[in-house]
Design a protein around this ligand. Structure first.
Ligand SMILES: [Zn+2]
Ligand SMILES: [Zn+2]
Length: 383
């Protein structure tokens, strides 16, 4: 079935490069944006991001975009938003809020929208409207409750969307891998029914997906999401989805690992006002173009992990030999908190026995080759 599809579409799709799907995760943490207010207010940041999204959509008529907000108490879709009608009529009918905000923001002028390229307009409208709704629904109690951002949830939402779109794209355009590589065709044919999603994403000519995280929160707030975050990162690594990270403030530990593990671009902006320029220069090229470019990547990646018991970022920890869980201190009674295996701690914590040397070295001794030799080994005390 797929093979037949591929031959049918081969003639039309061979010349056109496969479109790319860009999933943008915007960290909308109110705490962090409040700190950035002077250099880059949220409204300006969103405007820059929208221009960047338009540029991505303009690269190829079939390019797709998805926008997820990683907010303080939830992760939510900004675009595409399934529950909302596509037409503009119900939006203007709702109440007076929208027109009032239009006047304030001066971004969405009704008359200016008429001649705008339709895909640009739809994305802009939905993103600004959904973001406004998200901000309006955020109460002061929500803001006070936490300073974290739901990055792991947002990454999961983006990944699920990418998976869905990849499968849909592969169904419409046939077996993508068969175009380039015969060996890949046979392997994909074998895994046909069950692993269609994985095949669609890993194929070099399938829908090219990537994730861009625009992050403002620090790492201290995200340590408790370590495990879901790493699961998302490993899923991206497996599916060959690069995670690009554009850091506007602070420095998040796990995002460095995310871009390093998935071969994405990591940039920590020293000047957030230049966001659009950074986005255009470093983050616009898709995977196909990136093969020919030298992209900024981070050399000194922070590889620290968070312990599973307290979600503290640790330099040195204890690892369960069965499930590889990380602990900052030996678990109680030696039982792993994750898998429950009793771990043999033997003599951990006991002070090492100090064995007195038999004799002091002689003071006067020529610096011959024997001078560096270790003293006669004393037998370690047996159990
Ligand atoms: Zn701990
Ligand atoms: Zn374990």
């Amino acid at each position: 079935m797929n093979a037949v599809d591929a031959t049918e579409h081969h003639g039309t799709s061979a010349n056109d490069p496969a479109p790319s799907l860009l999933a943008v995760i915007i960290d909308t943490n109110p705490h962090a944006w409040a700190l950035l207010e002077k250099s880059l207010p949220l409204s300006k940041g969103i405007a820059n991001i929208l221009v960047f999204i338009n540029a991505h959509l303009a690269c190829n008529y079939a390019n797709e975009v998805a926008v997820v907000a990683s907010h303080s108490q939830k992760a939510t879709w900004l675009y595409p938003h399934e529950n909302q009608p596509q037409q503009r009529q119900p939006r203007t009918d709702q109440d007076g809020d929208i027109s009032m905000n239009n006047n304030n923001n001066n971004i969405v002028g009704e008359s200016a929208q008429v001649n705008k390229y339709r895909p640009f307009r739809i994305v802009e409208e939905q993103v600004t409207r959904n973001l406004r709704e998200l901000m309006d629904s955020t109460t002061s109690a929500d803001v006070q409750a936490t300073t974290a951002t739901m990055m792991a949830g947002a990454l999961t939402l983006a990944l699920s969307h990418i998976n869905r779109r990849s499968i849909a794209w592969a169904e419409v355009h046939g077996a993508d891998t068969s175009v380039t590589d015969a060996t890949q065709t046979t392997s994909s044919g074998r895994s046909g029914g069950s692993g269609s999603g994985g095949r669609a994403v890993t194929g070099s000519e399938g829908l090219q997906s990537r994730v861009l995280i625009i992050s403002v929160s620090g790492s201290a707030d995200s340590a408790h999401q370590y495990i879901p975050m790493m699961n998302g990162i490993f899923a991206c690594q497996r599916l060959h989805i690069p995670i690009d990270v554009c850091k506007l403030s602070g420095d998040a530990v796990f995002l460095q690992q995310a871009s390093d593990a998935t071969r994405g671009v990591y940039m920590s902006l020293s000047e957030p006002r230049g966001l659009l320029q950074y986005l255009m220069m470093a983050f616009l090229p898709d995977q196909r173009s990136r093969r020919h470019l030298v992209l900024p990547s981070r050399v000194d990646v922070d590889f620290r992990a968070a312990c599973f018991c307290h979600r503290r970022v640790v330099d040195i920890g204890f690892v369960c030999s069965i499930c590889l869980s990380i602990f900052c201190e030996p678990p109680e009674n030696g039982n792993c908190l994750t898998c429950g295996t009793h771990l043999e701690m033997s003599e951990y914590g006991a002070k090492p026995a100090v064995v007195a040397r038999k004799k002091k070295k002689k003071k006067a001794r020529a610096n011959g080759p024997s001078g560096t030799a270790t003293p006669t080994p004393t037998s370690t005390p047996g159990p």
